[in-house]
Design a protein around this ligand. Structure first.
Ligand SMILES: CC(C)(COP(=O)(O)OP(=O)(O)OC[C@H]1O[C@@H](n2cnc3c(N)ncnc32)[C@H](O)[C@@H]1OP(=O)(O)O)[C@@H](O)C(=O)NCCC(=O)NCCS
Length: 183
C-alpha cells in the first residue's frame, strides 16, 4: 500500500502515478531534450515507459515517499512527475521533477513543488529538502530559486550521466527553518 496522499493546488492534482498515465508520460519521455536534463535517457519505446511506471509504483509501495503524477485539473491530463527520494533517516529527502514541454513556462512545477514542500515539512516533519541541478539547467535553477531553495555550492564534476557525460552539479537546499520563514 502506498502512503502517498493526493495533494491539490489551484491548477493541479498531485496523485499516485498509475499505469493509466502511460500515453501521457510517453508523450514527453520520448523527447530528446527532456529526460537528459534530469539525468535520464529518453525512452525509445512505450514498453520502456511502462517499465518505468511499474518501477515507480513499486517504489511508492515501499512507502519511503515516492513519485506523484502532476495532473492538469482542467484537462484531466497527466503532464509530469514530481518526487521525493533518498529519504534519509526520515529527516531529509531530495526533490526531482519533470514536465511535458507543452506546459513549460507557466509556473506549474513551482506550484506543485510548493505543495510537496508543505507535505515534506508540515506532514513528514523533514528538516531539509535538497535538489541537485546541472549548472547549465537554467529552467530548473529558476524553479529552485522560486521555491525558496538556497544555492549551497557546486559539486564540481559531481554527476556522471547515463551517457558518460560528467556535469558540475549545483546543490540547492531548503531547511524547515527557511520554509517557516517563507511560507
Ligand atoms: C525544469 C522544469 C521542470 C521547469 O518547469 P516549469 O513549470 O516550466 O518552470 P517555470 O514555469 O517556473 O519556468 C522556469 C524558467 O524556465 C524558463 N522558461 C519559461 N518558459 C520556457 C520555455 N517555454 N522554454 C524554455 N524555458 C522556459 C524561464 O527562464 C523560467 O524562469 P522565469 O519564470 O524566471 O522566467 C521543466 O523545464 C522541465 O521539465 N525540464 C526538463 C527536466 C528537468 O530539467 N528536470 C529538473 C532536473 S533537476
Amino acid at each position: 500500500m502506498s502512503t502517498l496522499p493526493v495533494l491539490t493546488t489551484k491548477r493541479l492534482i498531485l496523485r499516485e502515478i498509475s499505469i493509466l498515465d502511460l500515453q501521457d508520460m510517453y508523450e514527453y519521455a520520448v523527447l530528446p531534450y527532456v529526460g537528459p536534463e534530469a539525468g535520464w535517457k529518453p525512452h525509445t519505446s512505450i514498453e520502456e515507459t511502462l517499465n518505468i511506471i511499474r518501477m515507480f509504483i513499486e517504489t511508492n509501495k515501499k512507502g519511503d515517499v515516492g513519485v506523484w503524477a502532476i495532473v492538469d485539473k482542467q484537462q484531466g491530463k497527466m503532464i509530469g512527475t514530481i518526487e521525493l527520494y533518498n529519504y534519509v533517516n526520515r529527516y531529509k529527502a531530495e526533490i526531482g521533477y519533470v514536465l511535458n514541454p507543452s506546459y513549460w513556462g507557466k509556473g506549474i512545477v513551482v506550484e506543485a513543488g510548493e505543495a510537496i514542500l508543505q507535505y515534506a515539512f508540515n506532514t513528514l516533519g523533514l528538516k531539509r529538502v535538497e535538489a541537485g541541478v546541472f549548472v547549465d539547467n537554467h529552467q530548473s535553477i529558476r524553479v529552485c530559486e522560486k521555491l525558496g531553495f538556497k544555492k549551497e555550492g557546486v559539486a564540481r564534476k559531481g554527476y556522471l550521466r547515463y551517457d558518460g557525460q560528467i556535469f558540475d552539479k549545483v546543490v540547492f537546499g531548503i531547511t524547515d527553518d527557511d520554509f517557516k520563514e517563507r511560507y
